[in-house]
Write a protein that binds this ligand. Structure first.
Ligand code: CP
Length: 293
């Protein structure tokens, strides 16, 4: 594995191997990588979880995180993404983690000779989020085969929905989509379930953030109205299957996709997803940087 660009670039055995290693690392079975390694985390879009958990994963593996702030960089003078990355390579970085607003931005980086890890491209892919989600599901159910997973909300703008839909289907889960009909896309339309049916029949209810910044949400949009039709609330939690879990990649719009007090409730694994993000990113970094693993 030289790069991690999308889930379609990973085989089933590579996904399972990354999950098993992340679970071992969560139990403390890891050591710092040998040599002086450094990574630049190039975030051209805002992030709390992905950026910080990569920094934490790098810290735990003894990798130096090179500070980079796009708003203070030469990108503001018009430097291209390619030239920014080629500069980091010339300065001696061993790998790059990149989040960028353009779908498949990585296609313009073919001549970069160090590993690129995609931290999210537009509405395209978010493979490291998908892998930490898969790890969380695997910890809960120990399999993907036959699991029913509902991905609900703003599907058309969600790189998380796209990555998880592809990966879970490849791993043998049954994936359904829900949420506002006008927020579905060609991948979700034919596997649509109304939200109440999804809640009553699925093992995993994966909620998605309403992406106000990417979406022209109408003036009539109301938090309460969205939650009543498409969100998780007390009456729906009572109808969930025994053992079923609520997931959300976060940040959460509390009171919209899920009622505030349910975010940290028994059925929610939302903060477990964040915790797992550190160990999954350690597993990815080890795989990419330690050539003998
Ligand atoms: N889930 C996720 O990608 O969160 P951030 O945007 O905070 O990184």
């Amino acid at each position: 594995m030289n790069h991690l660009l999308s889930m379609t670039h990973l085989s089933e055995s590579e996904i399972l191997s990354l999950i098993h290693r992340a679970i071992e690392m969560k139990k403390g079975d890891y050591s710092k990588l040998h040599g002086e390694l450094s990574i630049a985390n190039l975030f051209f879009e805002n992030s709390t979880r992905t950026k910080t958990s990569f920094e934490m994963a790098e810290f735990k593996l003894g990798i130096h995180s090179i500070p980079f702030d796009a708003s203070k960089s030469s990108v503001i003078k018009g430097e291209t993404l390619y030239d920014t990355c080629k500069t980091m390579e010339a300065l001696g970085c061993d790998a790059l983690v990149i989040r960028h607003e353009d779908n498949e931005y990585y296609n313009e980086l073919e001549d970069i000779n160090i590993p690129v890890i995609n931290g999210g491209d537009g509405s395209g892919s978010h493979p490291t989020q998908s892998l930490l989600d898969l790890m969380t599901i695997y910890e809960q159910f120990e399999t993907f085969k036959g699991l029913k997973v509902a991905i609900a909300g703003d599907i058309s703008h969600s790189r998380v929905a796209h990555s998880n839909g592809e990966a879970l289907t490849a791993l043998g889960a049954e994936v359904f989509y829900s949420g506002p009909r006008e927020w579905q896309d060609e991948s979700s339309d034919s596997r649509y379930l109304d939200f109440d049916t999804a809640v009553e029949t699925c093992d995993v209810i994966m909620l998605l953030r309403v992406q106000h910044e990417r979406h022209m949400v109408s003036k009539e949009f109301s938090k309460e109205g969205y939650n009543k039709e498409y969100g998780m609330n007390d009456s729906r939690v009572k109808k969930m299957k025994q053992g079923a879990v609520i997931m959300h990649p976060a940040p959460v719009n509390r009171g919209v996709e899920i009622e505030d007090h349910l975010v940290e409730s028994e059925k929610s694994v939302i903060f477990k997803q964040m915790e797992n993000g550190v160990f999954m990113r350690m597993s990815i970094l080890e795989k990419i940087l330690k050539k003998d693993v």
